[in-house]
Design a protein around this ligand. Sequence first.
Ligand SMILES: C[S@@+](CC[C@H](N)C(=O)[O-])C[C@H]1O[C@@H](n2cnc3c(N)ncnc32)[C@H](O)[C@@H]1O
Length: 184
Amino acid sequence: MRPVRAGSSDAGMAVTGHLLPEPVRLAAERAAQAGFTMSCDPDTGKLLAVLAAAVPPNGRVLELGTGTGAGTAWITHGLQGREDVDVVTVEIDAATAAVAARYPWPSWVTLLIGDAVEVTRRSGSFDLIFADAQGGKWEGLDTTIAALRPGGHLLVDDMTPREFMDARHERKTSQRCGCSSRRT
Ligand SMILES: C[S@@+](CC[C@H](N)C(=O)[O-])C[C@H]1O[C@@H](n2cnc3c(N)ncnc32)[C@H](O)[C@@H]1O
C-alpha cells in the first residue's frame, strides 16, 4: 500500500473555461504578476498530471524549464496521495525560479537553478521527463532521452506550429519533429 499524503487540498477553480487545481491556479497567478507568458496550457498540464500519476512506485520525474511552476503544479496534482515519487525541476533563469519558489512545494519536490542539459547529465534516470525548455529539447535531446528509464515517458512541449513562434523556434521545431511548420 502506498502512503497517503494528509491534507492535500485541490479544490478547483474555473479560469478561462478550465477547472484548475488550486496549485495550478496559483502558478497562473504568479505568472501573470511576473509577466511570464510561457506556462504550459491546461491541456498539456492535464496530460502531464496523468503521466505523473502513472509513474511506478518510488519513481522519479524531471521537468526541464520550471517557469513559474505551472507544469510542476500539474505534476504534483497528478501525484497527490503519493509520497514515494521524487520530482526535480530545473530553471536557468534565477529570477523566474524565484517566482516558482514562492509556492510551498512538498518536500519531495526539488527546485534547481541551472542548465537543463547539465542537470540531466548528473541527476540519474527518470520515469517521466517533461522537456519544456530549449535546453534538453532543442539542444541536448540525446541527453534527455538517455536519462529515461525503460518504459519511461518523455513529454515534449511546444513542438507544433504556433502563433507565438519566432524564426528560431520554427527552425528548431521543424528539425526535431521532421515536419513542415508552415502555417496553414
Ligand atoms: C516554456 S517555459 C517553461 C514552462 C513551465 N514548464 C510550465 O509548464 O509552466 C521554458 C522555461 O525554460 C527556461 N529555460 C530556457 N533554457 C533553459 C535551459 N537551458 N535550462 C533550464 N531552463 C531553461 C526558460 O527560462 C523558461 O522559463
